[in-house]
Design a protein around this ligand. Structure first.
Ligand code: AMP
Length: 494
């Protein structure tokens, strides 16, 4: 069955059940299916014969879901863009995607208002197996975001696996949606919910920024499936009331995107004794997640926790420098090969050729992650390059550096992650300005740089600390000496 039929059938089977809830606003399944059908018909009329990507800009409005489905029902892949991405970067993304149209909640409502007469789109128009279904932009090391193309076949492969593994009750679950839709973690909750007639419960950045509002929303949510970064669950655990008492229906915690600390798993076992905790691992380039494991209290004694077993039909191997599999249990680069691996980066054959290749004739992706496989269980052992995860967000340090260097007066810049217990806690910028600010001017200089960066980068990419130097230390071959800067940081933190 086509994924879109799998989704649309809930419009008939559970028309009145909420498909989406956010900020107290609820959209029923019949409304979602009808409005996305109408939007698709309108898009087909507006853009005849066109199958170019469409950007869908917004936050957690129900119209985001209408927009995504309306696009793919009319043959267009969608590019989700969260409003936290500043306008300059949004424009870059829209240009790189060569988007045929930009939709936001207002435009979607204008084209497909609730309650309007429904016009069903021609099913022949919708995206096919090998067509791009969505394009998610991630941080690129040169300061330019890169678009990961995910086809319908990639997404279907991911969805089939999760539905099989998670035993999701039809028209019975409520999924937490924490991640903005421009991050592929959100695909996990969005499509698990859409294909099973579930309810997606989105929390907004306003709620996340205000713990009183957040816990008030969670307490009435009825969430059964929790999908978030481990960082977010860790933050929630600080609140004593965050427990079965507050969320009695909770049955599964489903994590991806960054290291799941053993003490977070242990905290969840303690507060939610009847719930399962799953750790999953994978990059956007291989459609959300590729490995998974149910963490039981015995496994939770291991630190670091394993990231799981490969999903059926997908190979996860560790390659050595000679491009051959390393002996069992030894460390190598994690490579993923299978139907969930993206065909590559949008309009970037150079980046695609570096990271994607064929392994035994199958699409494969070099993750840049160090890993080890023991008895089929994959362990993540950090990055091989300057990509990091900060509170669950993927950041290429080179992206921040390039944007910082582009600011007038910045002569050179290096970004390091401040680490605590091997987890990044914030970014530190080492900056050489054309003129080093006097001690009492450093605060203002840092503020000015933060303001400039905020025009180009989302807030999670802005360094918290700025260290001004006359010049950056160099290695003998003329590169910025990151090790020396890291040692400097360690001394400062000691
Ligand atoms: P993203 O494309 O944002 O999902 O980021 C992918 C990267 O996040 C991977 O290449 C890993 O470096 C990291 N990652 C994803 N899942 C996990 C996990 N369960 N444990 C540790 N790191 C993870």
């Amino acid at each position: 069955m086509h994924l879109l039929d799998q989704i649309d059938e809930w419009g008939r089977k559970a028309p009145d059940r909420p498909a989406h809830i956010s900020s107290g606003r609820s959209m029923s399944w019949s409304e979602l299916v009808n409005r996305s059908d109408l939007l698709a018909s309108k898009l087909a009329a507006l853009l005849p014969g066109n199958r170019a990507p469409i950007a869908v800009v917004g936050h957690k409005e129900p119209e985001m879901l209408v927009g995504f489905l309306g696009c793919v029902k009319s043959g267009h892949p969608y590019v989700p863009i969260d409003v936290s991405i500043p306008p300059e970067r949004r424009e870059r993304i829209i240009t790189i995607a060569a988007a045929a149209l930009v939709l936001d909640a207002a435009k979607i409502t204008e084209l497909a208002p609730a309650g309007a007469t429904v016009v069903r789109p021609d099913p022949a128009l919708r995206v096919g197996d090998a067509d791009p279904y969505y394009i998610i932009f991630t941080s690129g090391s040169t300061g330019e975001p890169k678009g990961v193309v995910i086809t319908l076949a990639c997404l279907q492969s991911f969805v089939d696996w999760t539905l099989d593994e998670q035993k999701i009750a039809e028209a019975g679950e409520v999924f937490l949606n924490q991640a903005p839709f421009s991050f592929d973690l959100s695909v996990m909750d969005l499509y698990a919910s859409l294909t099973t007639g579930g309810t997606l419960f989105s929390i907004t950045r306003d709620e996340i920024g205000n713990l009183r509002k957040l816990f008030a929303a969670l307490a009435v949510s009825g969430i059964t499936f929790w999908v978030s970064t481990p960082s977010f669950a860790q933050m929630c655990l600080v609140e004593k009331r965050f427990s079965t008492g507050m969320m009695p229906a909770m049955r599964t915690f489903w994590f991806c995107g960054e290291t799941l600390p053993a003490d977070v798993a242990a905290g969840l076992f303690d507060r939610f004794p009847l719930a399962q905790v799953w750790n999953t691992y994978g990059p956007t380039e291989a459609t959300v997640a590729t490995t998974s494991v149910l963490i039981d209290p015995v496994l939770a004694r291991q630190s670091p926790l394993p990231v799981g077993y490969a999903k059926p039909g997908t190979a996860v191997v560790c390659l050595g420098e000679d491009e051959k599999c390393v002996p069992k249990g030894e460390r190598g680069e994690i490579v993923i090969a299978g139907p969930n691996v993206s065909p590559g980066y949008l309009a970037r054959p150079d980046l695609t050729a570096n990271a994607f290749f064929k392994l035994d004739g199958v699409n494969a992706y070099r993750t840049g992650d160090w890993g080890r496989i023991k008895n089929g269980l994959v362990f993540f052992e950090g990055r091989m390059d300057a990509q990091i995860k900060l509170h669950g967000y993927r950041i290429e340090l080179g992206d921040v550096e390039a944007n910082l260097r582009a600011i007038r007066g910045v002569y050179d810049a290096v970004i390091l992650a401040d680490m605590k217990n091997q987890i990044a806690t914030s970014l530190v910028a080492f900056v050489a300005l054309a003129e080093k600010p006097a001690g009492d001017q450093e605060f203002n200089a840092a503020l000015a740089l933060k303001e400039e960066l905020a025009k180009k980068l989302p807030s999670y990419m802005i360094p918290r600390t700025f260290v001004f130097l006359e010049s950056l230390p160099m290695t003998p071959n003329g590169k910025a000496d990151r090790r020396k800067l890291a040692e400097f940081l360690q001394r400062e933190r000691a």
